[in-house]
Design a protein around this ligand. Structure first.
Ligand SMILES: [Zn+2]
Length: 256
C-alpha cells in the first residue's frame, strides 16, 4: 500500500501547465528527507513528489502545475521537459555511490503506476532519468538506480535480449542515440543563475559563462550510465552498440 502524505508547496517555484503530460522524470535529491522537502517546497526548485527511503511519498504539487525539476533539458527533440513532465525526487545522497533501498523502489513502482494511469500519454520510452535529458550536466538517478527492476515491473524499457554488435561509425552512433531519444551534441552556458542553450558557443551572448560543449562521448556516457553503468566511459564497445540498437528499436516501435 502506497502511503502518500500531503506536503503542499510553500514557494511560487512552479507555474500552470499548458501542454499535455507525456514524460516522467526520475531524480535523486542529493539531500536527506528533511533537507529535500525544505528545498523543494520553499526554494527555487520544485517537484511533484518526494519519495523517502522508507517508501513514503510526499506530494508537493498537482499534475496540472509545471514543477521546476529538470532545468535545461531535451528529450525526443522536445526542449523544456518540465513543461510536459511529472518529476519525482527520490531521496538518496548519491545514486552513483549508494544503492536504493528495496522499500523505496517498491513504492516507486506503485507511484509510477499511479502516475501513468492518470497520464496515459506517458509511454515506456518517456520514462527517463535526469541524466538522459541533460547529459553531462546531470548524473541522477545514477548508476545504482535499478532501471531493469522497474522494467520488470512494466515501468520504462530495458534491452533484455541485446547482443553485441560490430561498432558502427560516429554518425551511426549519433543517429542511434537520437532514435533512443537522447539530445544531440550541443553547447550550453550559465546565465543569471540558470542554463541556456548556445547556438554559437564561440560568440556567446553577454552575461553567459561556464560554457560547455557537449560531445558525442558525453551523450554515450549518459546512455551507458543507464544501460551499462559498469562501463560508463563514453567509449562504444560491441556491447554498447548492441544496447543502442536494441533500445532504439524499442523506442521506434512505440511511435504512434
Ligand atoms: Zn535531477
Amino acid at each position: 500500500m502506497l502511503t502518500i502524505r500531503d506536503a503542499g508547496i510553500l514557494s511560487t517555484s512552479y507555474h500552470p501547465r499548458t501542454q499535455p503530460v507525456d514524460t516522467l522524470v526520475l531524480h535523486y535529491t542529493e539531500l536527506n528527507l528533511d533537507e529535500s522537502l525544505r528545498i523543494l517546497r520553499s526554494g527555487g526548485v520544485s517537484a511533484h513528489f518526494v519519495l523517502a527511503e522508507d517508501g513514503v511519498v510526499y506530494a508537493l504539487l498537482p499534475h496540472n502545475q509545471v514543477a521546476w525539476h529538470a532545468g535545461l533539458s531535451t528529450w525526443r527533440d522536445q526542449p523544456s521537459v518540465n513543461a510536459r513532465s511529472i518529476g519525482i525526487e527520490i531521496v538518496n545522497r548519491n545514486g552513483n555511490r549508494y544503492p536504493y533501498p528495496e522499500a523505496q523502489i517498491d513504492a516507486l513502482i506503485e507511484l509510477c503506476r499511479k502516475i501513468i494511469a492518470e497520464n496515459p500519454a506517458i509511454t515506456p520510452g518517456n520514462i527517463v532519468g535526469h541524466s538522459d535529458i541533460a547529459p553531462r550536466r546531470k548524473v541522477d538517478p545514477g548508476r545504482f538506480f535499478p532501471w531493469r527492476l522497474l522494467a520488470d515491473a512494466g515501468i520504462g524499457i530495458w534491452p533484455y535480449d541485446a547482443r553485441p554488435e560490430p561498432v558502427g561509425s560516429k554518425n551511426e552512433i549519433r543517429l542511434l542515440l537520437k532514435a533512443c531519444g537522447y539530445p544531440q551534441e550541443h553547447a550550453y552556458g550559465r546565465k543569471d543563475g540558470g542554463f541556456v542553450y548556445l547556438s554559437d558557443p564561440e560568440n556567446p551572448p553577454i552575461g553567459v559563462n561556464d560554457i560547455v560543449k557537449l560531445t558525442l562521448r558525453d551523450i554515450v556516457t549518459a546512455f551507458q550510465l543507464r544501460y551499462e553503468p559498469d562501463h560508463a566511459t563514453g567509449i562504444v564497445t560491441e556491447i554498447t552498440m548492441g544496447l543502442l540498437r536494441k533500445v532504439s528499436s524499442l523506442i521506434v516501435e512505440e511511435q504512434p
